[in-house]
Design a protein around this ligand. Structure first.
Ligand SMILES: CC(C)(COP(=O)(O)OP(=O)(O)OC[C@H]1O[C@@H](n2cnc3c(N)ncnc32)[C@H](O)[C@@H]1OP(=O)(O)O)[C@@H](O)C(=O)NCCC(=O)NCCS
Length: 162
């Protein structure tokens, strides 16, 4: 029913409009956006989901970041159009993109979000990983893409390039 494909430059503003619809106004004031400013999303991992008529139903993007200097993926934003929520599309976008991240050789992924939702995909709280303030540490979640990849990785989350 939904077609997943890699986001292209032509999708950019449509995805922005979907995020504006799905998130509270001022989403770009969040500290996580400072990690994204002027850095392109990771090619091949950011996906759009369209229905049979080509209408955008959901999207996920990833950015590269560093944690204590080590490379990591920052998952998000992910959003599903309000009329399409609860049909498993969020899960599809997350699972499919994580499989692509693994296949592309990434070792670890993190996000800022609700543990009750993301735990079903294998995310759990990251100890000692500090997002730029103000971020509730309980919402800083991560998972290994290769075995033990988060072991010993801690410290500040910083931009991929300065
Ligand atoms: C979060 C979001 C991407 C999930 O997409 P979706 O396609 O509705 O998700 P799925 O159909 O795969 O899963 C739906 C389930 O997740 C639950 N869920 C959704 N958001 C949740 C949250 N924040 N906390 C806990 N559970 C949540 C739903 O209650 C539903 O539960 P059920 O399976 O027991 O019925 C979507 O709701 C959305 O775009 N929300 C607004 C933007 C947002 O908050 N993005 C996440 C930023 S952290």
């Amino acid at each position: 029913m939904f077609q997943l494909s890699e986001e292209t430059a032509a999708d950019w503003w449509e995805v922005e409009a979907l995020y504006d619809l799905c998130f509270a106004p001022g989403r770009e004031a969040l500290s996580s956006y400072r990690l994204r400013d002027n850095i392109p999303p990771v090619p091949g991992l950011s996906l759009v989901a369209r229905d049979g008529d080509g209408i955008l139903a959901g999207a996920i993007r990833y950015w590269p970041v560093r944690v204590g200097g080590a490379p990591a993926l920052l998952l998000g934003p992910v959003a599903v159009h309000p009329t399409r929520q609860g049909e498993g599309l969020g899960a599809l976008l997350i699972k499919d993109s994580l499989a692509r991240a693994r296949a592309a050789g990434w070792d670890r992924v993190m996000l800022v979000g609700d543990a009750p939702y993301y735990s079903r995909f294998g995310f759990s709280r990251l100890e000692g990983v500090e997002m730029p303030p103000p971020t509730n540490p309980d919402r800083v979640l991560g998972q290994d893409l290769t075995r033990g990849a988060w072991r010993g990785v801690r410290g500040r989350v910083t931009r991929w390039i300065d």
